[in-house]
Design a protein around this ligand. Sequence first.
Ligand SMILES: Cc1cc2nc3c(=O)[nH]c(=O)nc-3n(C[C@H](O)[C@H](O)[C@H](O)COP(=O)(O)OP(=O)(O)OC[C@H]3O[C@@H](n4cnc5c(N)ncnc54)[C@H](O)[C@@H]3O)c2cc1C
Ligand code: FES
Length: 265
Amino acid sequence: MPTLESALVISNNQVSSHMFEMELAAPQIVPFCEPGQFVHLRVNSLNDPLLRRPLSLYDVDKKRGTITLLYKVVGKGTTSLAQLHADEYVDVMGPLGRPFSYPPAGQWAILVGGGVGIAPLLYLARRLKEKNYPVRVLYGTQSSSELVALDRFRQLGVQTVAATMDGEADYQGLVTDLLYQQLSGQEVEYLYTCGPEPMMAEVAEYARQYGLNGEVSLEEHMACGVGACLGCARKLKDSDEGYVKVCKDGPVFGLYEVELDLAPR
Ligand SMILES: Cc1cc2nc3c(=O)[nH]c(=O)nc-3n(C[C@H](O)[C@H](O)[C@H](O)COP(=O)(O)OP(=O)(O)OC[C@H]3O[C@@H](n4cnc5c(N)ncnc54)[C@H](O)[C@@H]3O)c2cc1C
Ligand code: FES
């Protein structure tokens, strides 16, 4: 059951031109948090916008009872969120959604994140490392100034390779090209991916080519966040008769459960 909590803002710092990192004290929600889940935030006390906004668990510190979020300012809700200061409170519901699962023993965990889609993969990397899985992270952004999560992954001690288009990171080009260049199915790998849909579609294609398994985290517009309104309903495959609710049945789905679009949605 999700919990509703008035969470104290510990910090809310700008980390790039459009991205912020917010740490919240949410001791009632934290014990139940698993990687891949999200929280649903009322971004201010004015009910404007009326609907909550979903954000992934970027990191969770169970000892301190804190959640960290990484978010990109794209509209009204996230602009409002960026205006919160330390010592203010924000109304949080969570944790919500189906979390990532763990690979079969002995498999490499390969995490492929693009842009702000990297958010759910940091807490996943932390938990995989705690469980002694070998982890490799491939992290792609347009420019090196957007690699805001890179230091956090490196501090965790997981292998992390960054791809940007500006040539100022480890690899120049798309993170999906890096995937083929670095790995080419040499190890038994379990893939996790989150980011723009065409990127995830390429990761799914790579998995198909090498007969690998994995999971994908989807984004949809959401209203209730708990499976009650159909606001996030989508077909996983064109041929499906039924719809899934991304908030409740996902946001994590098996790589082969979903038909991903190579063209931007
Ligand atoms: C499960 C889940 C986890 C998410 N985790 C993160 C995260 O960790 N960090 C982060 O920055 N964002 C995340 N998002 C996306 C985030 O929820 C939206 O960017 C946010 O709600 C936009 O609110 P807004 O009021 O600022 O923008 P709006 O004014 O509502 O919209 C601005 C623009 O963003 C687009 N947009 C809004 N919501 C979504 C959405 N859910 N999916 C795709 N496009 C959208 C709109 O079409 C519009 O073009 C997540 C979404 C989901 C469903
Ligand atoms: S947002 Fe209401 S059912 Fe998913």
